[in-house]
Ligand binder design. Structure first.
Ligand SMILES: [Zn+2]
Ligand SMILES: [Zn+2]
Ligand SMILES: [Zn+2]
Length: 261
């Protein structure tokens, strides 16, 4: 078994926490756990880092966590809070001195090209430009990044089919309010499950915490963390209400799992 680590770069819902112009107890909280940038994680193994989603805060998240190298980018879906920092990966292109693979389903790659067409063009050696250099890689089943198998997990985010991912004994399932029958079996025997838990109130495209707890009980991972958290949810108070093996994630949290050899 090889070591597998997951770092939460961001754990906030699409508006971030605090929200602009909100003076509620969580948005004005002094607890750093109540400051949540947009949702993204990094899987680390075999001395490499794989970035899942590129939020509008990617640069700040990288600086805050000391992230200085990435091997590839994997995208769950093309909502703005998950892709609008894609331009920031140009620094990682420079640091590695080469292109970066971007893994996503075909419709998601199409949307990335609409927003960032310049990032997918081949570099022109005569032109000194500062932009990302990305190589699209279509996800159509299990795929491999740096010697590890990535299993896509079909999830539904309202009507939108999106992807979660399982790597070794960790699964990341953000932006979901329905897990189809075929996906439950992919979530067996997990050390760590990360799952959408927006707020206590029900929502049309995200699991509420009550629904997320119910899904987490069925999946029965050794530890579950909720992410994509809204401002209605205070960190300390909510974690006291939750069972010890189901807690809210926070920006900068690192968790560990295992990768089969
Ligand atoms: Zn989102
Ligand atoms: Zn608020
Ligand atoms: Zn979304």
């Amino acid at each position: 078994m090889a070591d597998l680590q997951l770092l939460f770069l961001g754990t906030g819902t699409s508006a971030g926490v605090p929200m602009i112009g909100c003076h509620c107890p969580v948005c004005t909280s002094a607890d750093p756990h109540d400051r949540r940038t947009r949702c993204s994680v990094v899987f680390s193994y075999h001395n490499i880092n794989v970035l899942v989603d590129t939020t509008p805060e990617l640069r700040l998240q990288s600086l805050a966590t000391g992230l200085e190298a990435i091997e590839a980018v994997v995208i769950t879906h093309a909502h703005a809070d998950h892709i609008m920092g894609l331009d920031d990966v140009r620094r990682f292109n420079t640091l590695r001195g080469g292109p970066l693979d971007v893994w996503a389903e075909a419709p998601t790659l199409e949307k990335l090209r609409c927003s960032f067409d310049y990032a997918f063009r081949a570099p022109d050696p005569d032109q000194k430009v500062y932009r990302p250099h990305l190589q699209p890689q279509i996800i159509s089943g299990d795929f491999s990044v740096a010697g590890a198998t990535w299993q896509p997990i079909r999830l539904f985010h309202g009507e939108l089919p999106i992807l979660g991912f399982r790597v070794g004994s960790i699964a990341y399932c953000t932006d979901v309010n329905r897990i189809p029958d075929s996906s439950w079996a992919l979530l067996h025997d997990l050390d760590v499950l990360i799952i959408d838990g927006l707020q206590w109130k029900t929502h049309s495209t995200h699991f509420s915490l009550t629904q997320a707890i119910e899904a987490a009980r069925r999946i029965n991972a050794r530890q579950t963390y909720f992410t994509h958290i809204a401002h209605a949810v205070g960190h300390e108070q909510t974690n006291r209400q939750l069972p010890p093996n189901m807690q809210l994630a926070y920006d900068g949290l690192r968790v560990h799992g295992q990768l089969p050899d």
